[in-house]
Design a protein around this ligand. Structure first.
Ligand code: GLN
Length: 260
């Protein structure tokens, strides 16, 4: 009888200190990955349709943003977890707390700043125009009245919307817009410069016009008012810049001869 009471007590101790009992078990059962299970997660929302910043390699999301976010998480002693979603869901994921950060080649804009805060910028980008190789369009001024393909909710979408008399066709993926151009359904695509290069490599008969539309800056989105996380990421980004790690990551995905 006495024995039973003691063992019940032991169960009770374990129930009331679940965390301790649980983590001990995890350590022994997961072996070498035991260390990682103890780290706090940093959840990154992205849209993995945007090479070289984020794209699938097998089942994994890789790319410049994925590597930068992983390095930032490491600097902060955290473990990165990536959630792939539609580009126009990323800000909501961050504001609702579903994700801690949004890292998706995301341009800092006044509109977005109303809903989220941005870290320091980590890349300069452009919006470019893709046309068919034999197109008569030679620059942004000739887009008036044309059918323009963009990725839904991107800055390309916003710029195209401002072009006089143009019809804007919105696609969920940038590459879908590029395919529509190839099939002659639209006259041009307005999209970020680096993915444009990747897409044009994949799709024959297209070219990127020399004259870029705009210059923009990418940053990581965090929940509005979460200054603590923002500052930690900024410190981590500064370290990655100083150590040369940031350049190393970019060089891994963008070869020097194709960089602007
Ligand atoms: N830079 C663009 C934007 O922020 C496109 C980003 C993307 O499609 N992932 O809207």
């Amino acid at each position: 009888m006495k024995k039973k009471v003691i063992s019940l007590l032991l169960v009770a101790v374990c129930v009331f200190s679940m965390a301790a009992c649980g983590s001990k078990k995890e350590d022994s059962s997961t072996g070498d990955s035991g260390d990682a299970t103890k780290k706090e997660k940093l959840v990154m929302a992205t849209n993995a349709e945007f090479p070289p910043y984020e794209f699938y390699e097998g089942k994994d999301v890789v790319g410049i943003d994925a590597d930068i976010a992983a390095a930032v998480a490491e600097e902060m002693g955290m473990e990165l977890e990536i959630e792939d979603m539609a580009f126009d869901s990323i800000i909501t994921a961050v504001t609702s707390g579903k994700a801690d950060i949004g890292a998706a080649g995301m341009t800092v804009t006044e509109d977005r700043l109303e809903n989220v805060d941005f870290t320091d910028t980590y890349a300069t980008a452009t919006q470019v125009i893709i046309v068919k190789e034999d197109s008569a369009i030679t620059g942004p001024d000739e887009l008036n009245g044309k059918k323009i393909g963009v990725q839904l909710g991107t800055t390309g979408d916003i710029y195209a919307d401002d072009i006089e008399d143009a019809t804007v066709e919105r696609y969920n993926k940038g590459f879908e817009a590029v395919q529509a151009l190839q099939q002659g359904k639209i006259d041009a695509v307005v999209i970020d410069g680096e993915p444009a290069k990747e897409f044009v490599k994949e799709a024959e008969g297209l070219k990127i016009l020399d004259e870029a539309f705009t210059e923009e800056e990418y940053a990581i989105a965090v929940k509005k008012g979460n200054d603590e996380l923002k500052e930690k990421i900024n410190d981590a980004l500064a370290n990655l810049k100083d150590s040369g790690k940031l350049d190393e990551i970019v060089a891994k995905y963008i070869s020097a001869d194709s960089a602007e």
